[in-house]
Design a protein around this ligand. Sequence first.
Ligand SMILES: NC(=O)c1ccc[n+]([C@@H]2O[C@H](COP(=O)([O-])OP(=O)(O)OC[C@H]3O[C@@H](n4cnc5c(N)ncnc54)[C@H](O)[C@@H]3O)[C@@H](O)[C@H]2O)c1
Ligand SMILES: [Zn+2]
Length: 362
Amino acid sequence: MRIKVPGTPETEYGIVIGSGILPSAWAQIKAAHAQFNRFVVTDERVVAAGHLNALLGGRPAPYFTITPAGEISKTIDTAVAIIEAMEKAYLGRDTVVIALGGGTVGDIAGFAAAIFKRGVPVVQIPTTTLAQADSAIGGKTGVDSSVSKNAFGAFWHPAAVYIDVAVVATLDDRQYRSGLVESIKHGLIADAGYFEFIENHIDEILARDPETLMTLARNNCRIKGGVVEEDPFEKNKRRILNYGHTVGHAVEAASNYEMLHGEAVAIGIIAAGRIETELGLSKPSQLDRIRAVFERLGVPTRIPADMPPEKLLDLMRHDKKAVDQWPKFVLLDRIGQAHYEAGQYAVRVSRDLVERTLRQLT
Ligand SMILES: NC(=O)c1ccc[n+]([C@@H]2O[C@H](COP(=O)([O-])OP(=O)(O)OC[C@H]3O[C@@H](n4cnc5c(N)ncnc54)[C@H](O)[C@@H]3O)[C@@H](O)[C@H]2O)c1
Ligand SMILES: [Zn+2]
């Protein structure tokens, strides 16, 4: 599968999907970047799970292990440490950075690659359900500041993406389930048939069946890739990927990031669904269907009781996509079809309606 990204140095990149392909990825990257040195960025848990060894297969290669793993390390200091490690290894512009890990590793390593010597290629090897469905495809990279998430960032589309569905076998259950919410989001915004496939295969998905996960990966890449091709720098259509994220981001922040991203987005999707029902865009039975899938997945569908709607509304006023201190919403006309109005995919929804929705969900 290939994704075209006009206006970028790579102009198009390939996505390889398989099960157990980690050991062969190294040789493929070497062949594709024959004149390049390779530098791997990963994190301590991915290393402990054996995935760095599987990728390297005993070959010596310089690498950087992010410690501790997780969002807390997604800082400019980590990006600086990666760049300095590359310099100390005498690496120059002829280096390809290989990001082996979840969205945290992918975002930091992609950002370091974007700014190292004015930019070197990055290959994404996502190892979480979230990264495989979402963050590794699309070219957004960045790190957090002490004030906000992804405050430093760049669009830096990968040179290639390798999705090995076997690596998620070692992911803890909560992370695993939460990351799947982005796959469901793809079905909701773009493909009713894909949503139905997920609905009908929850057991196989939860059993981490490789064949089923490869079907998911192919659909995720097709849908997200298609949107990114159409709008690589998020001028309009790409906004649909933010479905459920307006309320989702507020819930995630209000939980002090104790709630996982996908868990918060699941709540955000339910909130968007309620708004659609109130506006008469979609039927209540549709929302019941979506809620049932989330329940089987074991992700939350209600706002925690200790999270006051006022706090969420305040956080939404600071949403980075807010205009006049109020964000726009991506909504659905029906499953598989994002709502489009006056040339826009993100539309205005009154504060009253949002507030009422949040109260109903608390
Ligand atoms: N760039 C984008 O478009 C985009 C999109 C969505 C999210 N993100 C970013 O992604 C980040 C979250 O990503 P995430 O959910 O993948 O989190 P993560 O990368 O922090 O991974 C979650 C945890 O799982 C561990 N882990 C990763 N792979 C594993 C494996 N195969 N086996 C065992 N443990 C493993 C990690 O070490 C970490 O402790 C956030 O920073 C978010 O902002 C970026
Ligand atoms: Zn998301």
